[in-house]
Design a protein around this ligand. Structure first.
Ligand code: UFG
Length: 321
């Protein structure tokens, strides 16, 4: 059976829906602190918390778990700098409880949601997996600590893992049934679309004095469905080759904040009010992935690399929800 931790969250719920369509036998484990019940309709769910060893132990006692997609984590960069204890406890200690249960019950395979935030300020663009990893925030550090733990469990031949370093996940299920919904929302594309809908009077662009084409930060936006494909391919690759590894997931193409706003105006056919304000602390100027390794080894190819498609799927969800 497949376990999806954090399966009621944004990216996890997209994988769950896809696996359900393929009739896979799966169980979602979520504490519903960030996840949504509506995102996991018609799915078997165990409500529990990774920080609680007893919850994790009961889960593994009650289900024969063969493979894990591990999404459950806190993921707000800003919050992680105010509440480091919360991030280390949930992300790191929670995963250690999961690894302990994997060891005890002989569960061998795990795909882990890591992040571009493990690199910190990049040395070179595009970013390859072997670049130095010096997180500039607690969130990124917590994910890097987990990657290190996974490496040791793999070295000790207890597990095999793939860590996927996502760049900027965006978009929604193409049928419009589920999508991104964070509270509070801090991500650019949902904020742009909420502004287009009139739910926000205006939005703020955090700085236009970066060394980029128009002065606003550049990011590599990747469709959530392409991320999901990579998870499925990573699990297959790991099982077939009995290996562990780390991969970036991005499109290798960067868009500035103003380009995102302009594209969203085109997609929504609405004017988006924005105001330039000061920089948000800890934002690097440019983050663009090299995904050559994922393409070569996992045989992964993004199906929806166009920013317009990413935004229009997100819009389809936002306007109809
Ligand atoms: N931005 C604005 N206004 C907003 C929101 C965002 O101008 O209201 C800008 C940000 O300054 C940034 C860009 O839009 O330059 C993208 O911001 P997001 O918050 O959408 O995404 P980040 O690049 O900051 O963060 C993403 C993930 C994190 C991950 C990080 C890795 O959401 O989980 O990439 O660097 F840690």
């Amino acid at each position: 059976m497949i376990l999806v931790t954090g399966g009621a969250g944004y990216i996890g719920s997209h994988l769950v829906k896809k696996l359900k369509e393929e009739n896979k036998d799966l169980i979602v484990f979520d504490n519903f602190e960030k996840g949504h019940r509506w995102a996991v309709k018609d799915v078997e769910v165990v409500e529990g918390d990774l920080r609680n060893e007893k919850d994790v132990e009961n889960l593994f006692e009650n289900y024969k778990i063969d493979e894990i997609f591990h999404f459950a984590a806190f993921s707000l960069v800003g919050e992680s700098m105010k509440e480091p204890d919360k991030y280390f406890k949930n992300n790191v200690c929670g995963t250690l409880n999961l690894l302990k249960a994997m060891k005890k019950h002989g569960t061998r395979y795990i795909v882990f949601s890591s992040t571009a935030a493990v690199y910190g300020e990049p040395e070179n663009i595009p970013i390859t997996e072997d670049q130095k990893k010096e997180p500039t925030n607690v969130y990124g550090q917590s994910k890097l600590m987990i990657e290190d733990a996974l490496k040791w469990y793999s070295n000790l031949d207890i597990i095999r893992y793939v860590a996927l370093r996502y760049f900027n996940a965006a978009g929604a299920y193409p049928d419009g049934s589920i999508g991104e919904d964070h509270d509070p929302e801090t991500h650019l594309i949902p904020i742009v679309l909420e502004t287009a809908l009139g739910n926000r009077e205006k939005m703020y662009v955090y700085g236009n004095d970066y060394p980029t084409k128009d002065g606003t930060p550049v990011r590599d936006y990747i469709h959530v469905m392409d991320l999901i494909d990579a998870h499925i391919q990573a699990m297959e690759w790991m099982k077939k080759n009995n290996q562990s590894d780390v991969f970036n997931l991005g499109n290798g193409q960067g868009f500035s904040v103003l380009e995102v706003i302009k594209t969203a105006e085109k997609v929504t056919k609405r004017k988006i009010n924005y105001e330039i304000t000061s920089r948000r602390s800890g934002d690097p100027a440019v983050l663009i992935a090299s995904s050559n390794k994922s393409k070569k080894i996992l045989n992964w190819e993004p199906q929806y690399p166009q920013l317009e498609k990413i935004i229009s799927d997100a819009w389809n969800w936002h306007k109809n929800r």
